[in-house]
Design a protein around this ligand. Structure first.
Ligand SMILES: [Cu+2]
Length: 119
């Protein structure tokens, strides 16, 4: 009897978590390095949901200064040009954001951020 109760409790908690999960906002970390946001060979399109926060982290081994700049998208935002630290943005509008480092865009320092509506 006790075991049955414990099992149903686990099931109830799991059920609550399953319902709550899609509503929770997430934190996505991306790199900023010489001269890319996403390592070669990996997809340059990153998908998140409205309400998620994306954090770009300047890697220690990066020598060149970089920035994160929205070229095209529902909301324009940009970081400072710098060599270390992080830049965080909470995405509130769905859509496709074309992001570049304005200094190294011609060297392929680009990425696409897809912000999907809340599910
Ligand atoms: Cu750059």
């Amino acid at each position: 009897m006790r075991k049955l109760f414990a099992l149903s409790l686990v099931a109830a908690v799991a059920g609550v978590l399953a319902v709550a999960a899609p509503a929770m906002s997430k934190h996505k970390s991306l790199e900023v390095d010489d001269n890319y946001f996403v390592e070669k060979g990996k997809p340059r399109t990153v998908a998140v949901h409205v309400g998620d926060t994306v954090e770009w982290e300047w890697e220690d081994d990066a020598v060149n200064p970089h920035n994160v700049t929205v070229k095209k998208g529902p909301v324009k935002f940009h970081s400072k040009t710098k060599t270390s630290g992080t830049y965080e943005k909470k995405l509130k509008k769905a859509g496709t954001y074309k992001i570049v480092c304005t200094i190294h865009a011609s060297q392929g320092m680009k990425m696409t951020l897809k912000v999907k509506p809340k599910s």
